[in-house]
Design a protein around this ligand. Structure first.
Ligand code: VG1
Ligand code: CO
Length: 562
């Protein structure tokens, strides 16, 4: 087979966001659009591509097959030696990370738009992961973006027959321009399940889920929301841990449009799971994942909600019951800046290093590689550890089950005990999705001016009888302690004297318009059993007042509250 060179011209806006390039499917379908981006990845990688091995797979959303074929042909023409592809193009985001690490390859191309809806009308996405298994850092995504702006041609091998190639397991070797090019189609679960078995005590978890003479069954309901985790849930929960395929798992067949739902595990989009757990009090735990399997939501009996910030803190406090951490030790903890600081209190008590990074998993990788970070999380339903370099939904549920097995307590009791010891960080996030971009930018500009004005510090704001005085206000910037790279403008923070915070930032994962996120949190030492929305109401109002969000966007209410 011979490669050919195809002339092309650049597209605007191929800038990877918080987690890769995400656009409407129809945009990716435009002639040369996907090709340009894939070629730009190879251009940014340069000589490293020659003879390299890359992993390819994704959440199976609409357009994945076409994109896989494009990637195969372009990779072959660019001198890639081998592609390892998940069967049917399926690989969860954590599984890609796992395979890159276990097989020591150059990187991976992940086809996902995560929790964004799928189907011909909705979203597609491509992101590149580097050799540590993690999302490419800004230096790499910036280089890719620069190439997308100047691209004039791409290389491909049009005669390479890809039809049905990824439907069958096994290796195929081609000769392209005289070189060997191998496509190996693998079982998407094999590496990942192997890793989970090394990390956790599967026999114990099996006893928990099936029950023993001494202990009643612990009933779980695991919801894959028609996303990619279905194949992993079947292997791990049903086949390995003995969960019932009828009662313990749901929506575990990946669909390319996610069954027309929004595969995002939160109280709004996973309401179906919440309602089912509420209606069936035999369930002790419910969990849901997003489309690509890196997010998780945990609820207890009667749908008792665990905020991701608390989930992180509870796991941090109990890691020593998990074999992986017994073996490797527990190094530092980290969270993204908007995530509530519950884990910071655990770090302090246990004497561990604690890091606060910008939003997005790529900022955790360096710390993990340097051996300074074991467990981290984000308020956006992301939890993970240094077992790989992505957040990992299934891992988080197995970690929770390990803690439950060890403590022999309910989800709710574990949380209440935790708050009693550490106090509680109340947290909520208001999302205003698909706002007018100009309006959102004007609001951020207004906040920027506020920061620049000298009198913001010391100023008091009052609402519903509560008053808060500003201690500090800034736009978050982060210096990576390992490579000293600096990332600026990561969100406007208004920090109050009592430790409460208001944070504003624009989403970097949407595919149209702008999504404004407002994060609100406050800490209570004693008053730990209140309702989060009631508790935070005054601060929410102050947040709207300071930002003049309604005036700028015309929005009366958020699209999603978590
Ligand atoms: C959102 C979340 C962020 C997360 C990112 C990717 O980003 O806030 O915490 O890392 O999604 O998650 P943004 O820029 O929209 O706020 V995923 O599961 O979409 O890969
Ligand atoms: Co995701």
């Amino acid at each position: 087979l011979s490669s050919v060179v195809v002339q092309t011209t650049p597209f605007d806006g191929q800038k990877p966001g918080t987690s890769g390039l995400r656009k409407k499917v129809k945009v990716f379908m435009e002639k040369h659009y996907t090709e340009n981006f894939v070629q730009s990845i190879f251009n940014a990688l340069g000589d490293k591509v020659k003879g390299s091995t890359l992993v390819v797979g994704g959440d199976g959303r609409y357009f994945s097959k076409q994109a896989t074929n494009i990637i195969i042909r372009i990779a072959s023409a660019n001198g890639v030696g081998k592609l390892i592809i998940g069967h049917l193009g399926i690989l969860s985001t954590p599984a890609v990370s796992c395979i890159i690490r276990r097989r020591n390859v150059l990187g991976g191309i992940v086809m996902t738009a995560s929790h964004n809806p799928g189907g011909i009308q909705h979203d597609f996405g491509i992101k590149y992961n580097i050799e540590n298994g993690g999302p490419a850092p800004d230096s790499v995504t910036d280089a890719i973006y620069e190439h997308t702006k100047i691209i004039t041609e791409y290389k491909t091998t049009p005669a390479l027959e890809t039809d049905r190639l990824i439907d069958v397991l096994g290796s195929t070797t081609y000769k392209v321009d005289g070189r060997d090019f191998v496509v190996e189609v693998i079982d998407p679960t094999i590496d990942y399940v192997g890793l989970m078995k090394e990390i956790f005590n599967f026999p114990k978890l099996r006893d928990l889920i099936r029950g023993t003479e001494k202990r009643p069954q612990f009933h779980v309901l695991i919801d894959s929301m028609n996303g990619v985790t279905g194949v992993y849930v079947r292997r791990i929960f049903v086949e390995e841990l003995g969960a019932s395929p009828d009662h313990n798992v749901r929506r575990i067949v990946p669909l390319d449009n996610f069954g027309e739902i929004h595969p995002d595990p939160n109280l709004t989009y996973a309401k179906d799971l919440v309602d089912t757990v509420k209606a069936n009090l035999q369930y002790n735990l419910g969990a849901a994942f997003d489309g690509d399997g890196d997010r998780n939501m945990i609820i207890g009996k009667d749908a008792f909600f665990v905020t991701p910030s608390d989930s992180l803190a509870v796991l941090a406090n109990n890691l020593d019951c998990i074999p992986y951490f017994q073996k490797h030790g527990v190094h530092g903890f980290a969270r993204s800046m908007p995530t509530a600081a519950a884990v910071d209190r655990v770090a302090e008590k246990l004497g561990k290093e604690m890091f606060e990074v910008p939003t997005g998993w790529k900022y955790f990788g360096n710390l993990m590689d340097a051996g300074r970070l074991s467990l981290c999380g984000e308020e956006s339903f992301g939890t993970g550890s240094d077992h790989l370099r992505e957040k990992d939904g299934i891992w988080a549920v197995l970690a929770w089950l390990s803690v439950i097995e060890h403590k022999n307590m309910s989800v709710e009791d574990i949380l209440k005990e935790h708050w009693k010891i550490y106090g509680r960080n109340y947290f909520t996030r208001y999302d205003y999705e698909e706002c007018d971009s100009d309006a959102a930018n004007l609001m951020m500009h207004h906040l920027g001016q506020l920061l620049a004005s000298k009198d913001i510090v010391g100023k008091s704001f009052a609402s519903s009888g509560k008053s808060y005085t500003v201690r500090k206000a800034d736009n978050f910037s982060y210096e990576d302690p390992i490579d000293n790279s600096v990332t600026k403008n990561q969100g406007v923070r208004i920090l109050f004297e009592d430790g409460s915070r208001l944070i504003y930032r624009l989403s970097g994962t949407g595919s149209s318009g702008a999504t404004i996120r407002v994060y609100i949190d406050s800490y209570e030492k004693e008053n730990i059993l209140a309702d989060a929305q009631d508790m935070l109401k005054p601060l929410v109002e102050i947040g709207l007042q300071i930002s003049q969000l309604k005036k700028f966007t015309g929005r009366e209410a958020p699209t999603v509250i978590t």
